[in-house]
Design a protein around this ligand. Structure first.
Ligand SMILES: *Cc1c(COP(=O)(O)O)cnc(C)c1O
Length: 387
C-alpha cells in the first residue's frame, strides 16, 4: 500500500517542480543524504554551503566523511554570496549546496557560472521554498538535484517528510538504489504518533491559537511526547542507526492532498508578503529591496530587530508568533559549532543575521489581522541599527 501512495505522490511532486524523478523520504535531511550518496560524496570531499543554515543540512555531509565549507551570505537575501565562493574552492570541492533561504531564490546565474567553470555540481536546498522563481524559472530546476521538506514550518506540511528530485536519470537510479538497498521503513509507533500530531495540528492550529499551539508543541516535543523534527542525537556528527528512513504511506497521502492546495497556499503567501511590505512601509521600517528578477513565495518574512532576545521573550508572553531561525550559523543554538568545523568569525554576515533576524508568519492560518498585530508588536521593539 505504501508503494502506490508513495509513487503517486513522487510523480505528482516531480511534475509540479519540473523534475523527471522524485524520491520520498521520512525527512528532507534523509533526502539530502541520499542525493549526496547518489553523487558519490565521501571521505575527504568538500561541500560548500551557506554558513546560515540548519545543522540538519550539515549532518548528512559529515555522516559521509566529507567536510562542510561555509560561505557567508548576502545580507539582503540571506543566501550564498557568490562573490565569496571562488576563494573557498579547492581541488577537493565536490559540490555546492544552494539554499534558498526564507523563499528568496539564490543568485543562480552567478553560482552556476562559478561552479561550472570549476566543474563542480550544484544542488538546491528548497526546504524553505516551493514556487519561487529566479528570472522566471522555478527554483529547484537549476541544479543537478533538489530537496524539499514537509515538516511543520515548511511551505506545506505532512508533519514530517522530504523529497529528492532530479532530471538526471543516472543520478535518479543511484538515489533509488540507495533507498532500495539501505533505507528502513518507519516504525508503526512513530507513524501512529505522527498521525495523532497531524490530527491535533488540524484541530488546534488556527490563527488565534497558532502561537499557543506552537508553544505547547515545543514543550511536548522537548519532553519526548511527540515526534519532534529533531532529536538531541542529531546535534552531534554521528549518524543515528535508523536515520535513513522511508516515507510512510500516511505522509504520502497527506502530502499528495497538500500538493493539490499548493497554488492556493502560494497565492496566500504572496498576498501576505505584500501586506507585510505595506504595513512595514507605513511605519518607515527599513526594508531592503530584493532584485526584481526574484519572484518570491516566502515561507517566513524576515526582519532585523533591535533586540532579538527581548522580542522573542515578549512575543511568547503576548502569544505573537515570531520565528527564530536561524539562531546561529548552524541552527539551533545547541549545535556544537566547532564539531562541525565552524569557527566564530567565519561568516560575519550570517552571525549578524543570527543576532538580528526574527521571522513573521505567512502560513495559511496567518491573516491580515495577524500581520497587523505582529507588525505592531515589532514596531515597539524597533529595527536593528542601520549598517
Ligand atoms: C527544515 C529544513 C531542513 C530539514 O528538513 P527536515 O525535513 O526537517 O529534515 C533542511 N534545510 C533547511 C534550510 C530547512 O529549513
Amino acid at each position: 500500500m505504501t508503494d502506490i501512495e508513495q509513487t503517486a505522490y513522487e510523480h505528482a511532486f516531480a511534475r509540479y517542480v519540473g523534475a523527471s524523478h522524485g524520491f520520498a523520504f521520512w525527512k528532507a535531511r534523509v533526502a539530502l543524504y541520499a542525493i549526496l550518496r547518489g553523487l558519490g560524496i565521501g571521505e575527504g570531499d568538500e561541500v560548500i554551503l551557506p554558513g546560515y543554515t540548519c545543522v540538519m543540512d550539515v549532518n548528512p555531509i559529515v555522516y559521509l566523511g566529507a567536510r562542510p565549507v561555509y560561505v557567508d551570505i548576502d545580507p539582503v537575501t540571506y543566501n550564498l554570496d557568490p562573490a565569496l565562493i571562488e576563494a573557498t574552492l579547492t581541488a577537493r570541492t565536490k559540490l555546492v549546496i544552494a539554499q534558498h533561504t526564507y523563499g528568496y531564490p539564490c543568485d543562480m546565474d552567478a553560482i552556476l557560472a562559478i561552479a561550472e567553470a570549476h566543474d563542480v555540481p550544484v544542488i538546491e536546498d528548497c526546504c524553505l521554498t516551493l514556487g519561487s522563481r529566479y528570472k522566471n524559472k522555478p527554483v529547484g530546476s537549476f541544479g543537478v538535484a533538489s530537496y524539499y521538506s514537509f515538516q511543520w514550518n515548511k511551505p506545506y506540511t505532512s508533519g514530517l517528510g522530504g523529497m529528492a528530485t532530479t532530471r538526471d536519470p543516472e543520478l535518479a537510479a543511484r538515489i533509488l538504489a540507495v533507498r532500495d538497498e539501505h533505507a528502513v521503513a518507519p516504525g508503526r509507533v512513530e507513524v501512529a504518533v505522527l498521525a495523532c500530531q497531524l490530527a491535533a495540528y488540524r484541530t488546534l492550529v488556527y490563527p488565534r491559537t497558532t502561537a499557543l499551539a506552537q508553544t505547547i508543541f515545543r514543550w511536548l516535543t522537548k519532553r519526548g511526547a511527540a515526534v519532534g523534527s529533531s532529536s538531541t542525537a542529531e546535534y552531534a556528527p554521528n549518524m543515528p542507526d535508523d536515520f535513513l528512513k522511508r516515507m510512510s504511506a500516511l505522509q504520502a497521502s497527506v502530502g499528495l492532498r497538500q500538493l493539490g492546495r499548493l497554488d492556493h497556499y502560494a497565492a496566500h503567501r504572496r498576498s501576505m508578503r505584500q501586506t507585510y511590505d505595506a504595513l512595514l512601509d507605513a511605519i518607515d521600517w527599513p526594508r531592503p529591496r530584493v532584485p526584481d528578477h526574484l519572484d518570491c513565495v516566502m515561507v517566513r518574512y524576515p526582519v532585523r530587530v533591535a533586540d532579538k532576545t527581548r522580542a522573542l521573550a515578549d512575543a511568547a508572553r503576548h502569544f505573537v508568533e515570531l520565528g527564530s531561525w536561524f539562531e546561529c550559523p548552524l541552527h539551533p543554538i545547541e549545535t556544537p559549532l566547532e564539531d562541525y568545523g565552524y569557527r566564530i568569525g567565519m561568516c560575519p554576515e550570517a552571525e549578524r543575521a543570527s543576532r538580528e533576524v526574527v521571522n513573521l508568519p505567512l502560513h495559511p492560518r496567518a491573516n491580515v489581522a495577524v500581520a497587523r498585530r505582529t507588525v505592531d508588536f515589532i514596531s515597539r521593539i524597533g529595527p536593528a541599527r542601520a549598517r
